[in-house]
Ligand binder design. Structure first.
Ligand SMILES: C[S@@+](CC[C@H](N)C(=O)[O-])C[C@H]1O[C@@H](n2cnc3c(N)ncnc32)[C@H](O)[C@@H]1O
Length: 233
């Protein structure tokens, strides 16, 4: 994922820069998230959990769990979640009863075929590389296990895309600079450039061994959920 942009770090600095940025914005992360998405992020996480289509009590790993939003929703729905994140600052600001571990999504400290499902919210853009991440998902999931990856997206409708780009490109950085850290909230909209198109993501997931790979558009295409299954044979 080699990408250039004013506020995008070079590949070799990406992990350290992104982790330090989330450490900085952690205390106000939830507040800014709710404001900048008009609380739609809450609805999108709920849809992601539903799209796992797993029975309750399933063991779900929430990767890049941040402040624990997914874990809290998974707990409420009767799942057995635990979270992993690279930013100690985000974990320290988390509000969840689920166990949380400070670890890298690309090197999961988890046994092979030991979990039923994975959720991951708004994090694909932040990883240094996606193929090793998808390989890790395939390794830790049991056969029949499911993933639901929630991410932002680019709306295909021109008008919606204009409004959306204005909101994320202009309003969100101002909001971020008033309430949190302006540079971070310039990075977040720009980091969409790191996200491959669905066909490329589908190919990567397929190479990692997943089947039944689907994309669900959310809210006129401003966000998306990618779901896939680890085959049983
Ligand atoms: C935009 S936040 C999303 C937090 C949460 N998932 C949510 O839905 O709000 C992205 C998260 O990814 C984490 N992250 C970035 N790179 C990571 C990595 N390599 N391994 C684990 N977590 C990582 C960051 O620390 C941050 O908490």
């Amino acid at each position: 994922m080699t990408t250039t942009g004013k506020n995008l770090p070079a590949e070799e600095e990406k992990e350290a820069t992104v982790t330090a940025m989330f450490d900085r914005i952690a205390p106000r992360y939830d507040l800014v998230n709710r404001l900048m998405t008009f609380r739609l992020d809450v609805r999108w996480r709920r849809k992601s959990i539903q799209s796992l289509s797993l029975p309750n009590q399933s063991i779900i790993l929430d990767i890049a769990c941040g402040t624990g939003d997914f874990c809290r929703d998974l707990e409420k729905d009767g799942f057995t979640p635990f979270g992993i994140d690279l930013s100690q600052g985000m974990l320290s600001s988390a509000r969840t009863a689920s166990p949380l571990v400070n670890a890298d999504a690309l090197v999961l400290p988890i046994n092979n075929a030991s979990i039923d499902g994975v959720t991951c919210g708004f994090a694909l853009r932040n990883f240094v590389s996606l193929p090793p991440f998808f390989d890790e998902l395939s390794r830790v999931l049991r056969p029949g296990g499911r993933i639901a990856l929630l991410e932002v997206d680019k709306p295909s409708n021109r008008f919606i895309r204009l409004v959306h780009n204005f909101h994320f490109g202009k309003i969100v950085p101002i909001l971020g600079s008033i309430l949190s850290d302006g540079k971070a909230y310039k990075y977040l909209p720009e980091s969409v450039a790191y996200l491959p198109e669905f066909d490329a993501l589908k190919e990567m997931l397929s190479v990692a061994g997943f089947i039944d790979i689907r994309k669900q558009k959310l809210t006129s295409g401003v966000a998306q959920i990618l779901t896939a299954t680890k085959p049983t044979n």
